[in-house]
Design a protein around this ligand. Structure first.
Ligand code: CP
Ligand code: NVA
Length: 304
């Protein structure tokens, strides 16, 4: 297993499943009042160049929950904002802390940090990947619907960082994934090609949202405008409207289908308030599982 957690393609399916399994155990133990101490004496740095509520708080809570400590740095408060080279930042951080969680723009930024870092670098979201999030989503799917290998997962809307990481997870773990994205907003073609070539189950990209949700056990969506894309024009227009997860679309999937959203949600755009607040949506359990999966990731990468 590599020492960094940058994309899901870097891991075997069994390794990803083991992290999810461990998160389930840690959640159970926390529920039974077990006090964890695996990371006593360890410190992580968190460098976030984009806003975050869930990822930041759940990583901090996870680290404290395992006995460790955290130093949070917003990107603008570090010398990165004044163009200190990434390779210098990486080598300096390694002198102070035992691991770094990074939320940034281009994937190449985190790859360069990792290349020069002797301590683990964990991807807390880039423009093209959100690997930690997808593991907590998989944990949630398994909790509500059983083994993911037997399920059909649908992705609706923008082919963004979340979609790319779902594709990688489907390929590595081996479950059916169908993505419905508007023309011009497809996921990364090279990720899709590699995933399809290596996958045990179908990974399909179409444009028709209704076709995607028929027989789907899980419907997944995310904002139409990801962080950093605000200046790329209005995406809440008619292009994305057919991909909105609303009651009409959900009815086509069926009453047993669950709805995932990594949050934050834009009610009235990619998902209606009715669906987000409705009985089939598990977005808040999904948000909780970020805490447990982050404990599993920190335990695996930072305690060695
Ligand atoms: N889902 C997620 O990553 O949320 P935050 O942007 O609040 O961290
Ligand atoms: N695709 C979204 C995910 C937010 C957690 C974004 O990058 O803004």
């Amino acid at each position: 297993m590599p020492n960094h957690f940058l994309t899901l393609f870097d891991f075997k399916g069994e390794e990803l499943s083991a992290l999810v399994k461990r998160a389930v155990e840690l959640k159970k133990e926390a529920g039974n009042g077990v006090r964890h101490k695996q990371l006593i004496g360890k410190i992580i740095g968190m460098i976030f160049e984009k806003p975050s509520t869930r990822t930041r708080v759940s990583f901090e809570a996870a680290m404290y929950g395992l006995g460790g400590q955290v130093i949070y740095l917003s990107g603008k408060d570090t010398q990165l904002a004044r163009n200190e080279p990434l390779k210098d930042m990486a080598r300096v951080m390694a002198r102070y802390v035992d691991g770094i969680v990074v939320r940034t723009f281009g994937q190449e930024i985190i790859e360069e940090l990792a290349a020069h870092s002797s301590i683990p670098v964990i991807n807390g979201l880039t423009n093209s990947h959100h690997p930690c999030q997808i593991l907590s989503d998989i944990q949630t799917v398994i909790e509500f619907k059983g083994p993911i290998e037997k399920l059909k997962i649908a992705w609706l809307g923008d082919g963004n960082n979340m979609a790319n990481s779902w594709i990688q997870a489907a390929s590595r773990i081996g479950f059916e994934l169908i993505l419905a994205c508007p023309k011009g907003f497809e996921p990364d073609q090279s990720i899709l090609n590699k995933a399809q070539a290596e996958a045990a189950k179908p990974i399909t990209l179409i444009n028709d949202p209704v076709k995607a949700v028929l027989d789907a056990d899980v419907i997944n969506t995310d904002v139409w405008t990801s962080m950093g894309q605000e200046d790329e024009g209005d995406r809440s227009d008619t292009t994305f409207q057919p991909y909105q997860v609303n009651n009409e679309l959900l009815k086509k999937a069926g009453p047993e289908t669950i709805v995932l959203h990594c949050l934050p949600a834009h009610r009235g755009e990619e998902i209606t308030d009715e669906v987000l607040e409705g009985p089939q949506c598990v977005a808040f359990d999904q948000a909780e599982n970020k805490l447990h999966i982050h404990k599993a990731i920190l335990e695996r990468f930072v305690s060695v």
